[in-house]
Design a protein around this ligand. Structure first.
Ligand code: HEM
Length: 426
């Protein structure tokens, strides 16, 4: 879909009609108009209903309901809250490092390893327990395998919503009979439901937030499922793509390790998030990883609630408008040689300008709620794995990372990155 969109823009210019009532744009000015703060544009039900999470922060279409939910969730995503639970993140990252370094002669499938870490972080951060993804041999926990398979059917519910609706209404046993790999997604939902029921049976919980009514059980379940999905897949892919580019670009790998070694002389010691945040090359590297990994690759459609101008073009009320993040991240007018992985671009005096063009988390009122948490995770993951482990890429090349498919999340068409990983000596 993405290459096709590119071709269409080449042929027809910066605005293309991609559905009878939907326009796709290709220039940054349009992106900023669609996704800016304070806009009256709302999420397009055609696209967002196919996630079947209508009562979650992500799924609410009504801006008032969305605002209310954000007010309830915000405290859990503030920097203060993250610093308070930094030890939870650090424990999971330590576990990742131990597990990666424990089989020095066996190539590790880094795709699953980093997804396992992301899943264990998010479940321990929000629910105080994990499914043990990092402890699974080869990191191929059945939930991760199932999600990686399920994600590829995203286009079915996007383009044939009726199929998604029918599937979501089938009894659990029928779905499991059709595809036994889905059993684990129901187990996950049941684990979350048990936690919610425990929470709701506590009378103190009813009055925990004076300003807002407590969300219904179904809404809490939608929200929990969303947090697990949104917080694991995204981090998994961003850290995996970032790792590949560090290993594939020796200059970057050396520079990262040199900075970390100088700043963190004792590799056995844990370093705090604040210490890692002060490292300029590591910070630039994470920005570049976010740019290249793209975040969410699908165009995220919004409905114009009145006649408006987008990217200089008049758009009538009721039109669905969108622009996919890769059109900003790969624009050579913004990022010189965008196909190159170059953390150094973030270290020049002009790089402050580029900050406005990193849209991995989207922008405006519906931008990612987990930005602070995502940054914290990436600092801790990259800071620790590069300081404490040696990586040697195995049987993987740039070809494996050259074709991204749009399944909402980016899915790379090539082989998974494998690497030999050993604890560092010094
Ligand atoms: C590198 C990591 C991440 C990336 C690139 C990312 C990207 C995004 C993007 C692009 C959106 C907007 C989606 C849309 O408008 O349809 C979004 C929304 C959201 N993300 Fe993230 N995300 C990341 C990590 C996280 C984490 C760790 C969490 C924590 C659970 C999280 C929670 C959410 C939530 C709750 C929303 C819905 C926000 C709303 O509509 O108000 N994300 N994310």
């Amino acid at each position: 879909m993405l290459p096709h969109l590119h071709d269409l823009h080449k042929l027809y210019g910066p605005v293309v009609r991609v559905r009878p009532n939907m326009l796709h744009f290709s220039k940054r000015a349009a992106y900023m108009d669609i996704y800016k703060m304070g806009t009256t544009l709302t999420k397009d039900p055609w696209f967002y209903n196919c996630f079947n999470l209508p009562e979650s922060s992500f799924g609410f279409l009504d801006p008032r309901k969305h605002r209310e939910r954000k007010e309830i969730l915000n405290p859990f995503f503030h920097r203060k809250a993250i610093l308070k639970l930094e030890h939870v993140l650090q424990e999971t990252v330590d576990h990742l490092v131990d597990r990666l370094g424990s089989t020095p002669d066996v190539p590790i499938d880094c795709y699953y390893a980093f997804r396992a870490a992301a899943m264990d972080v998010i479940t321990s951060y929000f629910f105080g327990q994990t499914l043990g993804c990092l402890d699974t041999p080869g990191f191929t926990h059945e939930l991760l395998v199932s999600v990686s398979t399920l994600i590829k059917s995203f286009w079915i519910s996007k383009w044939f919503p009726i199929i998604g609706i029918v599937l979501s209404r089938l009894p659990e046993w029928v779905v499991v009979k059709m595809d036994p790999r889905l059993r684990i997604t129901f187990d996950m939902r049941d684990m979350l439901a048990r936690q919610i029921d425990n929470f709701m049976s506590n009378p103190a919980a009813a009055s925990s937030n004076e300003k807002h009514q407590r969300p219904s059980r179904n809404s809490l379940l939608n929200e929990s499922q969303l947090l697990v999905q949104a917080g694991s897949d995204t981090i998994g892919i961003a850290s995996y793509v970032g790792l590949f580019h560090a290993l594939n670009t020796p200059r970057v790998y050396r520079a990262l390790r040199a900075e970390l070694d100088a700043a963190l002389p004792d590799k056995e010691q844990s370093y705090t998030l604040r210490q890692l945040e002060e490292l300029p090359y590591l910070t630039a590297y994470i920005k570049e990883a976010l740019r290249v990994a793209q975040g969410i690759v699908s165009p995220l459609p919004r409905i114009a609630q009145r006649d408006m101008i987008i990217g200089g073009y008049p758009v009538p009320k009721g039109t669905s408008v969108a622009m996919a993040a890769p059109f900003v991240h790969n624009d050579p007018d913004i990022f010189e040689s965008p196909e190159e992985f170059r953390p150094e671009r973030w270290l020049t005096p002009e790089s402050a300008e580029l900050e406005n063009s990193i849209v991995a988390f989207s922008r405006g009122a519906r931008q990612c709620l987990g930005i602070n948490l995502a940054w914290a995770e990436m600092y801790l993951i990259f800071g620790n794995v590069f300081r404490r482990l040696d990586f040697e890429m195995h049987n993987t090349s740039i070809e494996d990372f050259s074709h991204t498919k749009d399944f909402f999340s980016p899915v790379l068409r090539g082989r998974h990155l494998h690497a030999l990983v050993r604890p560092r000596k010094e």
